[in-house]
Design a binder for this molecule. Structure first.
Ligand code: NAD
Length: 247
């Protein structure tokens, strides 16, 4: 599990799951770059973990097109959510989600592969979701983007398998982060019910464990996937949802 001497880039590393992943990787000795468009929060996390901050808007895909990344580990984690039925869905919001959660990961993988292929070592983790394998109403862009990310991750695994590059998805259920707090508020608006009711009746209704996942629990799984313990794990997806998708 030791990552001493390895470099890692975590997108969306300034908050929630990304911040927990950045801390876990740094705790195992990796030199971590926290990439986020919230520059202040990225600096704060980077300072806490002894890493570096990269302030970047990952929807600015023109700026990513010619990028070259010298990173051994890439965690495509940045994501946003927009809750609305399709017939009312803002097309600009749909495009922005697809850009951030599909095109940006593609461009970052593309930017990192030359270094990974040259060194024969690459670990890519794509932060998918239970919504990468199951759908929910009112989340068309998010569900579409996560399903697409699953495909991108598998193709990356196939192309990199004989060159030392592994690529996997992690599929959390609902995790206690600012993204979920916003979603609870959005769902309350869409369903016309209170936020406590959303948590119990919508988010945790199908969870067997009946609690939100903690960011550190997701980070531990990422830590396993990038480690040498997972040497034969590639092209697959790991669900962590407290039994949500089992029912
Ligand atoms: P979060 O909102 O706490 O963090 C997301 C981070 O991404 C923020 O720091 C934000 O500034 C950054 N970001 C957003 N847009 C960006 C952009 N254009 N450029 C650069 N950075 C940008 O969210 P989170 O809950 O930690 O989610 C992280 C990932 O985990 C997302 O991909 C999300 O879809 C996925 N996920 C979350 C949950 C959950 O329940 N929280 C469940 C399954 C999957």
């Amino acid at each position: 599990m030791d990552l001493t001497g390895r470099t890692a880039l975590v997108t969306g590393g300034a908050s929630g799951i990304g911040a927990a992943v950045a801390a876990t990787l740094a705790g195992r000795g990796a030199e971590v770059t926290v990439a986020d468009f919230d520059g202040e929060a990225a600096e704060r996390v980077a300072t806490e973990i002894g890493g570096r901050a990269w302030t970047v808007d990952l929807t600015d895909v023109d700026a990513l097109a010619d990028l070259r990344l010298e990173t051994d580990i890439l965690v495509n984690n940045a994501g946003i959510q927009h809750v609305s039925p399709i017939d009312e869905f803002d097309p600009a919001a749909f495009r922005r989600i697809l850009t951030l959660m599909v095109e940006a990961p593609f461009l970052l993988i593309r930017a990192a592969l030359p270094h990974m292929y040259a060194s024969g070592y690459g670990r890519i983790v794509n932060m998918s979701s239970v919504h990468g394998i199951r759908a929910s109403a009112n989340k068309s862009a998010y569900v579409t983007a996560k399903h697409a990310l699953e495909g991108l991750s598998k193709v990356t695994a196939l192309e990199g398998a004989e060159r030392g590059v592994r690529s996997n998805c992690v599929n959390p259920g609902y995790v206690r982060t600012p993204l979920v707090e916003k979603q609870i508020a959005d769902q309350a608006r869409v369903h016309g019910i209170g936020e406590d009711e959303v948590l119990e009746r919508v988010l945790l209704a199908e969870s067997a464990v009946k609690r939100l996942v903690e960011p550190a629990e997701v980070a531990a799984l990422v830590g396993f996937l990038v480690s040498d313990e997972a040497s034969m794990v590639t092209g697959t997806s790991y669900v962590m949802d407290g039994g949500w998708s089992a029912s």
